[in-house]
Design a protein around this ligand. Structure first.
Ligand SMILES: Nc1nc2c(ncn2[C@@H]2O[C@H](COP(=O)(O)OP(=O)(O)OP(=O)(O)O)[C@@H](O)[C@H]2O)c(=O)[nH]1
Length: 352
């Protein structure tokens, strides 16, 4: 076995040692950069949106520095020779090769999922056109990436609804808490840094519970109850929230939504839209199903359990006050209508 093959095996082992898609994507680019040292490698997500393809940047590697744009996959909208070539690669489902002004080559590889659909595109800028052997290696690595992504998604998704599961939620809240911590913002940006605006974004977590679900089960049966859970999940993901907002199945008939909004009023409006969308939907047989929502900003709570606990407190308030309503934990707290969920006692967190 030659040195190159050993390096490829090592890299494959590394790629498949992560269970986080963002780390997986960075690891893929690191591997490609090692095998084909080039100045620019970019990985785009491809999504079908209203009959056309939409591109967003997932990760890139410039001069061996690898960056994942997980917080804000930037949508690529500007028409240019390069994006036209990317769309050609997608439409032809084949590798596309174009030269640029500096005499470099841009090689574009579509990545296929298990059903043969293109879900990502890899762009490599290089001085030399990759050989046939190199091309096969790149396609092989993209297949490993695609297969492994399916496995990661399976462990993160709920079987009934296809939404993210409860285990994945804890990781997401932890990530947001770290990102929102003051020291993280200070380290990541100076006062004049334009990135500051990106980090100033606020995250809101809502716990959503179907009202009187036991009665639905009792009157229509458990299987029908499952159908209602699936329909409510679909309603939440179909246009009510933005593409980068996240929906989780938290328990039986309980969901969690993590969304971005600049302030509480905007967050309230989005959660209200979700409530209204469900309340006005015509459910087969039962006609109307309603949901109650409690939400809170994910900011400086000591742990994910505290964030959920605060949103839960607002949810219980909604349940106790007639259901089919949305409440903000901080507003209820300032009005003295709910109790503080957690407080620090001798350095320990005490949950009530
Ligand atoms: N069909 C179905 N039912 C479930 C599932 N998970 C939990 N449940 C049922 O959901 C019901 C939840 O009932 P409760 O927690 O008493 O609350 P509720 O009837 O929704 O009333 P409120 O929440 O107070 O509005 C229980 O009867 C559970 O058995 C599931 O996956 N499928």
């Amino acid at each position: 076995m030659n040195h190159n093959s050993i390096r490829i095996i090592d890299n494959l082992a590394e790629i498949t040692s992560y269970h986080d898609r963002h780390v997986l994507e960075k690891s893929l680019l690191k591997t490609l950069n090692e095998i084909f040292p080039s100045q620019d490698i970019r990985l785009f997500r491809v999504r079908e949106h209203r009959g056309s393809h939409e591109l967003s940047l997932l990760a890139f590697c410039v001069n061996s520095v690898i960056v994942s744009s997980q917080e804000n996959p930037r949508l690529i909208t500007e028409p240019s020779e390069l994006s036209e070539a990317i769309f050609r690669a997608i439409n032809n489902a084949d590798v596309e090769l174009i030269s640029n002004d500096e005499g470099k080559w841009n090689v574009i590889y579509p990545a296929f999922d298990a059903h043969g659909a293109i879900f990502a595109v890899l762009l490599i800028s290089t001085d030399l056109v990759p050989s046939n052997g190199d091309q096969r290696l790149i396609y092989g690595l993209l297949r490993v990436y695609s297969n492994y992504l399916v496995l990661i998604e399976k462990t993160q998704k709920d079987k009934l609804t296809g939404l993210y599961n409860r285990e994945t939620l804890d990781d997401e809240i932890t990530k947001v808490l770290v990102r929102q911590a003051p020291h993280f913002n200070e380290e990541m940006s100076s006062p004049n840094d334009s990135r500051r605006r990106t980090f100033a974004v606020k995250y809101w977590l809502g716990v959503i519970d179907i009202d009187n679900f036991k009665t639905i089960n009792d009157n229509f049966g458990h299987l029908y109850g499952d159908e209602v859970i699936i329909l409510v999940a679909r309603l939440m993901t179909s246009g009510v929230i933005r593409d980068d907002d996240l929906v989780y199945r938290y328990g039986g008939e309980e969901f969690v939504v993590v969304l971005k909004a600049p302030n509480e009023e905007d967050a309230m409006r989005t959660f209200e839209r979700i409530r209204e969308m469900v309340a006005t939907h015509d459910f087969p047989q039962i006609k109307q199903v309603t949901i109650s929502i409690g939400f809170v900003e994910v900011s400086s709570q000591p742990s994910p359990a505290d964030v959920i606990g605060e949103a839960d407190e607002a949810l219980y308030y909604a349940k106790g006050n007639g259901r089919n309503q949305v409440h903000s934990y901080s507003r209820l707290l300032s009005e003295g209508k709910v109790k503080q969920v957690s407080q620090v006692v001798h350095g320990d967190i005490e949950l009530f």
